[in-house]
Ligand binder design. Sequence first.
Ligand code: MN
Length: 261
Amino acid sequence: MQRRHALGAAVTGLAGVTAAGCATTTPDAVPFTVAQPSVPIAGSSEVFPVRRIYCIGRNYAAHAREMGSDPTREPPFFFQKPSDAVQFVAPGVLTPHPYPPLTRNYHYELELVAALHKGGRKVPVEKALELVYGYAVGLDMTRRDLQRGMGDQKKPWEIGKSFDRSAPIGAIHRVAQVGHFTQGSITLKVNGVVKQDANLNQMIWSVAEQIAQLSQAFELMPGDIIFSGTPENVGPVVPGDLMEGAIAGLPGMSVKVVAPA
Ligand code: MN
């Protein structure tokens, strides 16, 4: 809700348009309300409002190779999920996650998530981490068959990545409490068996570099979160499977895949 721009419209109660072309409305002028997606902040009664979800692709060399690309030659690329794709997974709480429609090859990708409280354009790498409010553990859930099928047809693979509840995420931990994450283990188990086991220092593009790169293409804003890429050994889950994700320095996440909603 852009209250800064809504004041003028509040006088008349009519929708307005800013100089930038953004439609504005007063709260009492909308015919229904839309929830602001958010993620709880650890050790706080506050929640982190999510504006956009950015994700980097193929950011660990071994994962890039398993996806069929050459990690030495490719610049970073990004995609988005809708902000309401976040599904909060509370620490220590086994959280049900419905198997999504249309897929027969539903994959996990465990990732470190950076949450921004400041924005910017063309942010230098040296200043990039100043934008970070905190970190969380997250899953970039992927309908791999749809992603690949659309890619093969040279169509956008959004349907494989950007669907309801495709972004399970743990509580956001403030930098003041946990610092920044440039190294440390990142692991995912399925039904107690280790599937992904890597180190954050194996990222091709660090979180700071990702922020710098993203800010060349978009104006970053408070509330943006960035999924920083998954290590190798992504793979499928089916209803009944238990996923346990862990990043050193953050509480783990436990997600149970359940029958379609
Ligand atoms: Mn990913």
